[in-house]
Design a protein around this ligand. Structure first.
Ligand SMILES: Cc1cc2nc3c(=O)[nH]c(=O)nc-3n(C[C@H](O)[C@H](O)[C@H](O)COP(=O)(O)OP(=O)(O)OC[C@H]3O[C@@H](n4cnc5c(N)ncnc54)[C@H](O)[C@@H]3O)c2cc1C
Length: 432
């Protein structure tokens, strides 16, 4: 039994590296570790691509294009590079990757504790305990729905769902729905539920507006070509703020249509400001809707200017449609500032207010006051500990599938160097 091992958890193995999570990020790391002949295991509490299997709603289609599905040694080779994958297709894509790279994955194995041990870490799972010199946390950035504390004031007659619980409109009763949050998820759910014939109110705070197609090309193509997705964490002025920016209002459809607040207003969705309080059964919305929309329009305008300037410089301008500008977001003269949640007309509130990672099992002094990891571009503030897949972790694209490749290559090189140096340190210690 290894030193410090807990009773009841036999030693499952000793490896150089334990990778936690078999989503695309953990598998990409596994592939790079294998390339460097580094002995490792990938521990996964469910099946491969577990989050895509169990934590997304039924109709979700990825907002990134198929050509962006690339991982170390693997990429999309299908017939629709400009299409968008359904959840089933994503699960198949990641599952095939795991098979091709022969990743040493232990599925149905939940990591319950990671703690420091001599020269490394103890990793306790529900199927035994691992001893390792380094740990890569690839357990995802979207583990726990970030529901605001004011949810406690919701009238009991209402059903509250997070976007992890929501599957399809069939789950809801026929009454109206309040969707809180207007990032990609909030907009898509508002749209789907409204189409199902229910009245929808959408509470809108800070958001990122984007057209699906610009000058005839997918906006993701432009973001990639201009270099915006590659922007590094050490190049931006305020990385703390950059990491909090919500996901862009995009949807993947065969028609490549744009979904924004104007589309929803036209369809009949009731657009209101940020939810700021619930008092006596009444939801109260901020009067800042106009400002938030104006800010999103302004940022969109700046993005399009950057794209146009790049297109001009690179000579792309001659090959694509002319620059366009989009109508400002329409805001009612007097948007509604409150909604009676106890009148019986609203049946459900859906919190589309984002997520945070879950590190309850991480027993090392590397978490800040908010329970988030202290790290420098994925290199955690503890020797031999690395993280993957967080928002803007090393690059703007870090939390997306196409962001894993560059991050994993950087971090696996760092990790290999760490292991080599650890061997030299041990040899020096042994030599006295
Ligand atoms: C609604 C939504 C839509 C998205 N759309 C896109 C998109 O269109 N394009 C795109 O590129 N990205 C998208 N993303 C972002 C991102 O690509 C996904 O969240 C992706 O799943 C992240 O991959 P990952 O490998 O970092 O984490 P995950 O896929 O979440 O993998 C983490 C794995 O770790 C496992 N795990 C967690 N805790 C433990 C534990 N204690 N023990 C063992 N295993 C554990 C989980 O079961 C899971 O399998 C979306 C995210 C969300 C939430």
């Amino acid at each position: 039994m290894i030193r410090g091992a807990r009773r009841g958890y036999p030693l499952a193995g000793t490896v150089d590296v334990v990778v936690i999570g078999a989503g695309h990020a953990g598998l990409a790391m596994s592939r790079c570790l294998s390339e460097g002949s580094i002995d490792h295991v990938v521990l996964e509490r469910g099946g491969i691509a577990n989050s895509w299997r169990h934590e997304r709603w039924d109709s979700l289609v990825r907002l990134t294009a198929n050509w962006q599905s690339r991982l170390p040694g693997y990429c999309y080779t299908g017939l629709e590079p400009d299409g968008y994958m359904t959840m089933l297709e994503v699960v198949e894509f990641i599952g095939r990757y795991a098979r091709i790279i022969g990743a040493p994955v232990r599925t149905e194995t939940t990591v319950m504790s990671v703690s420091v041990a001599d020269d490394g870490y103890h990793v306790v799972t529900d199927h035994g305990q691992w001893r390792c010199r380094a740990v890569v946390i690839a357990s995802g950035a979207h583990n726990i729905p970030a529901v605001p504390p004011l949810c406690a004031a919701l009238p009991r007659s209402l059903r509250a769902l997070t976007t992890k619980d929501y599957r399809n409109p069939g789950q809801l009763d026929d009454r109206g729905v309040l969707v809180v949050g207007a990032s990609a998820t909030g907009l898509q759910l508002a749209d789907e539920i409204h189409r199902s014939g229910r009245q929808v109110t959408l509470a809108v705070g800070e958001h990122i507006r984007m057209p699906r197609v610009y000058r005839g090309l997918d906006i993701q193509w432009w973001l990639d070509a201009v270099g915006i997705l590659d922007e590094r964490y050490d190049e931006v002025d305020d990385i703390v703020r950059a990491r909090r920016v919500p996901s862009p209002q995009l949807i993947g459809t065969p028609q490549r249509s744009t979904l924004d607040l104007n589309t929803l207003t036209e369809a009949g969705v009731n657009i209101v400001g940020r939810l700021v309080g619930i008092n006596d059964g009444k939801a109260q919305f901020s009067g800042s809707l106009r400002n938030h929309c104006a800010m999103a329009d302004l940022k969109l305008g700046r993005l399009l200017e950057t794209i146009d300037a790049w297109a001009q410089r690179s000579g792309k301008s001659g090959e694509v449609a002319a620059p366009e500008r989009f109508a400002a977001t329409r805001v009612e003269d007097a948007p509604c500032l409150s909604l009676d949640l106890s009148s019986g007309r609203i049946g459900t509130v859906i919190w589309a207010t984002g997520f945070r990672p879950d590190y309850q099992w991480l027993h090392v002094p590397a978490l800040d006051r908010k329970g988030l990891l202290r790290h420098d571009g994925g290199i955690v503030d503890m020797p031999g500990l690395y993280v993957l897949g967080l928002n803007f972790m090393r690059r703007r694209k870090s939390s997306f599938m196409h962001g894993a490749e560059d991050d994993v290559r950087d971090l696996s090189a760092q990790l290999a160097a760490y292991l080599r140096n650890a061997v030299s340190r041990r040899a020096m210690r042994a030599a006295g």
